[in-house]
Write a protein that binds this ligand. Structure first.
Ligand code: E4P
Length: 208
């Protein structure tokens, strides 16, 4: 059971990383754009912080482009780089070539067990089913986690992504997710419960 942060905001990661509870960071082009920075600058800062598993998304059209760009990221950032590729035919083909070389790959944008099977056969380290985007489209994101967990027999880890609330973290883990990647807002909310606040308040009163 591991928790990743799903953001490219280095400041927000920094203030939370020292808790020791965060095992990695996932980024994507949208998150990088939101940060207003260049991807390589974000990755370098995260490495300086000590993050040793960073999903770096590669954009391309062909499997050759995905492969070359994945190799370049690996040359630049070494073992810290998890190459994030889309679950398209080109992405999966590049995934197989990269994993054959021992490169860690996160196959993203997974919306069906069939896609999970192909990514797993291509040796993906992680597959990222998008819970929130399934739910946004009147599909059942949690059922997808459960179905994939009941289907895969390989070492590929289920990295539950597109998580929008703290309850989903517990549900995803209980259905077989190995990793949940969460926005910082969700991470912060995971600490909170109204009855905890109430209990602390009362204990403080009683202790005084
Ligand atoms: C993580 O790998 C994904 O890119 C991310 O969780 C997508 O989340 P969203 O659906 O909220 O954009």
């Amino acid at each position: 059971m591991k928790l990743f942060l799903d953001t490219a905001d280095v400041k927000q990661i920094t203030t939370r990383y020292y808790s020791g509870l965060i095992s990695g960071v996932t980024t994507n082009p949208t998150l990088i754009r939101k940060s207003g920075r260049e991807p390589f600058d974000v990755y370098s800062d995260l490495i300086d912080l000590g993050v040793d598993d960073i999903s770096m998304e590669v954009i391309g059209e062909t499997s050759e482009e995905f492969f070359e760009r994945g190799i370049n990221l690996t040359k630049e950032f070494g073992d810290v780089a998890t190459i994030k590729l889309p679950c398209s035919e080109a992405g999966i083909t590049a995934c197989k070539r990269l994993t054959d070389l021992g490169v860690r790959v996160n196959v993203t944008l997974i919306f069906s067990p069939s896609q999970a099977i192909l990514a797993s056969l291509a040796g993906a380290t992680y597959i990222s089913p998008f819970i929130g985007r399934m739910d946004d489209n009147s599909l059942d994101g949690m059922k997808l986690i459960n179905d994939i967990n009941n289907t895969l027999t390989s070492k590929t880890k289920i990295l539950a992504a597109s998580i929008r609330d703290p309850q989903s973290v517990g549900t995803a883990f209980s259905l077989g997710a190995d990793v949940c990647t969460v926005p910082v807002g969700v991470y912060d909310q995971m600490f909170k419960h109204v009855l905890t606040d109430k209990g602390i308040k009362q204990f403080n009163i009683d202790a005084s």
